[in-house]
Design a protein around this ligand. Structure first.
Ligand SMILES: Cc1cc2nc3c(=O)[nH]c(=O)nc-3n(C[C@H](O)[C@H](O)[C@H](O)COP(=O)(O)OP(=O)(O)OC[C@H]3O[C@@H](n4cnc5c(N)ncnc54)[C@H](O)[C@@H]3O)c2cc1C
Length: 203
């Protein structure tokens, strides 16, 4: 399977407890002795046991990528026509500093018809960087001191990498809040900048 870059750093835990409806399916509790704020390993195992228990795997297709979706019909009758590539994710998120182009795979496609379509492709799945008004000034700032860098939260892995550094975290969602908490035990100074007052909302 291709190495799809995902934001699951080793110390990633939920920020809602296992009794919250945003973490647990109704009528299907986490197993005994699960931490109140489980790690992503627990969450992954929980989803696996849910899918196994309700025999969902025959209905799930991994490594299939939706290429297009059209409604065929009119306002009262019709179906969704989906074009799906079957040989892996449409694109990989390229790791920081890796210059490889996005790996497009379009070779085998199938067309399927469905009555209903639920789109859950993750509104924050692909990282977005700001476009700097003056790229030259940014590059100069980065070059000015060894070790300076600007990174997206998807590339965060271990807080130890910030040891002794001064960190500015922009944004106070779940990722930003967690990076502040985790790196503050290692960094020289951590500053959080946010335009909202809500710290640690769903990421
Ligand atoms: C530190 C932290 C703690 C959090 N704690 C909680 C919590 O306690 N409770 C909570 O509810 N949330 C929590 N969140 C937020 C939660 O992790 C995200 O909101 C959630 O993962 C979003 O899920 P999603 O399915 O919408 O999107 P994603 O997880 O981004 O999944 C989208 C999927 O769609 C796939 N995809 C994209 N395009 C296509 C395509 N064309 N064809 C096929 N597949 C495609 C992607 O590959 C991906 O697998 C937390 C987040 C962080 C960072």
């Amino acid at each position: 399977m291709p190495n799809l870059y995902i934001p699951q750093y080793p110390s990633c835990n939920t920020n809602k407890c296992i009794h919250s409806t945003t973490v647990t399916y109704p009528g299907f509790p986490f197993p005994p002795y699960t931490p109140l704020y489980p790690s992503y390993h627990h969450v992954q195992a929980y989803h696996h046991s849910f899918a196994t228990h309700f025999e969902l795997y025959p209905y799930i297709r991994f490594n299939h990528s939706l290429e297009s979706a059209y409604w065929v019909g009119d306002a009262s009758n019709g179906f969704w026509e989906l074009s799906i590539s079957t040989d892996g994710p449409r694109e990989e998120i390229i790791p920081l500093n890796n210059t490889l182009a996005h790996d497009l795979r379009h070779s085998s496609r199938i067309t399927r018809h469905f009555d209903h379509l639920a789109v859950a492709i993750g509104r924050n799945h692909y990282p977005k960087f700001p476009v700097w008004a003056d790229d030259a000034a940014t590059n100069e700032w980065l070059r000015n001191r060894k070790g300076r860098r600007i990174m997206h939260s998807i590339y965060f892995r271990e807080p130890e990498e910030f040891a002794g550094k001064i960190i500015l975290v922009v944004g106070a969602g779940a990722s930003g809040a967690d990076i502040v908490i985790q790196s503050s035990g290692h960094a020289k100074k951590v500053q959080l900048q946010s335009i909202t007052f809500v710290v640690g909302g769903d990421g």
